[in-house]
Design a binder for this molecule. Sequence first.
Ligand code: SME
Length: 157
Amino acid sequence: MDKVKKYDEVIKQIIAVVDGEPSATARYASAACLLSGAFEYFFWTGFYVVDPLKPSELVVGPYQGTLGCLRIPFGRGVCGAAAQSLEVQRVDDVHAFPGHIACDSRSNSEIVVPVLHEGSLAAVLDVDSTEYASFDSVDEEKLEYLCSVLLKGATQS
Ligand code: SME
């Protein structure tokens, strides 16, 4: 199956699974699980959420993969850059990214997508691959779409 179709299917499935679920955590966990199972090159798939007690710091949320770093300040590394700029970061070679945080040295490329809830940043979706330049404009477009709908209807963290 081609990548566009696969994304369309898995996103449809995620939306169906989380429909009516108030908990954002349950939504993040379901999305991380289904995305990670759908794409072989997703080596680390998960969410860093904005810490309500430290609003310029991300703390690790639900993920699939090897042990992730626990906390990332806004502005640090790829996730921190996405959180600060509110823009998708698509990085072909993470070792060339200033301030990149190497949670697992096997990661070589990465995409990070901001997740907004009612206009403010709630989390970022981080996907890492062991290959260089794994993520293209299809990954960016589809993951951005997923993140734009993932928290619709969520009423608790
Ligand atoms: N590499 C990321 C850190 C998170 S992990 O890879 C799971 C970064 O620089 O933001």
